[in-house]
Ligand binder design. Structure first.
Ligand SMILES: Nc1ncnc2c1ncn2[C@@H]1O[C@H](COP(=O)(O)OP(=O)(O)OP(=O)(O)O)[C@@H](O)[C@H]1O
Ligand SMILES: [Mg+2]
Length: 277
């Protein structure tokens, strides 16, 4: 049994309208896997994320987490397992200081108060916010707020973490740090990750890629099988990685490229080709 099972999921914001926002999608997410979701603006990615944590209620179909259907009755219990970080960190804060805010989430998860300080210190320093623990969250910059929101969610050790373009507001170094932190938690604690992203690098390291198009799933496969679909991705307003474009051009010019995703390998094969001519 997959950890998340979604079947024929239909959702609409506009109950009178005939056009559904989510048009009957089905997919499985395995425990401990890393899934990226890509798709053009408005394709329904955030809507799916909100349905998975019970922030929106489906119109029909089913969403099961560990075999249990999400209902309005068990939604709080489900949210102990599934956490989400949104792109915009505003309105995600409750505490009057960064420390209180992270502590509040831990309290909700019934963490023993004596165990809280080490957890808060660890995660705040992992996101480089350890010097801001006594600051007011509302007075931080966008990127700083986002780091605090991420620390707060990670501190609660969810089994399933959904990141909805959660690092979009961070600078390149910040993005890299958070990516490494999430990857570490994923590997060490078998945390299931669902990441909505425009970052092709991240897509290429994920186990599975779900490609959304206009409220539907267009592809659901491994990254190597998705990222080479140059024409299909461009058709749905997505881009392919530079390495894939380069590989296709090289192949058209007689250079054999065995793995169009692996940049180091491309360089190696180009060098081999060069030494032959
Ligand atoms: N609160 C809302 N009320 C009404 N319609 C909404 C609401 N939120 C989103 N929509 C509509 O639902 C569709 C899917 O939106 P969604 O936010 O899921 O897209 P997305 O794939 O996350 O896009 P983006 O890449 O821009 O974040 C869009 O057409 C959008 O206009
Ligand atoms: Mg979105």
């Amino acid at each position: 049994m997959a950890q998340i099972e979604v079947r024929d999921l239909v959702f609409t914001y506009d109950e009178e309208g005939s056009e559904k926002t989510i048009k009957g999608v089905s997919f499985d997410i395995e425990k401990g896997s890393y899934t990226t979701i890509i798709g053009h603006n408005g394709s329904g990615k955030s809507t799916i994320a909100k349905l998975l944590v019970g922030l929106l209620e489906k119109e029909s179909g089913s969403i099961k987490i560990d075999g249990e259907e999400i209902t309005p009755e068990n939604v709080y219990e489900i949210r102990r397992k599934v956490a989400i970080v949104f792109q915009n960190p505003d309105n995600q804060f409750i505490g009057s200081t960064v420390r209180d805010d992270i502590a509040f989430g831990l309290e909700n998860h019934q963490v023993d108060p004596s165990a809280m300080d080490p957890i808060i210190n660890y995660f705040s320093s992992e996101v480089n916010m350890e010097d801001f623990l006594n600051h007011e969250p509302t007075k931080l910059s966008g990127g700083q707020k986002q780091r605090v929101a991420i620390a707060g969610v990670l501190a609660m050790a969810p089994e399933i973490l959904i990141l909805d373009e959660a690092t979009a507001m961070l600078d390149p170094a910040g993005k890299h740090e958070i990516k490494e932190l999430v990857l570490g938690l994923h590997k060490r604690h078998d945390m299931t990750i669902i990441s909505i992203t425009h970052d092709i690098e991240e897509v290429s390291i994920s186990d599975k890629v779900i490609v959304m198009n206009d409220g539907d799933i267009r592809f659901n496969d491994e990254p190597d099988d998705i990222l080479v679909l140059q024409k299909e991705l461009i058709d749905i307003q997505l881009d392919v990685p530079f390495s894939v474009k380069l590989s296709l051009l090289l192949q058209q010019n007689g250079v054999t490229i065995t793995d169009p995703i692996d940049e180091d390998k491309i360089v190696e094969e180009l060098c081999q080709y060069n030494s032959k001519i």
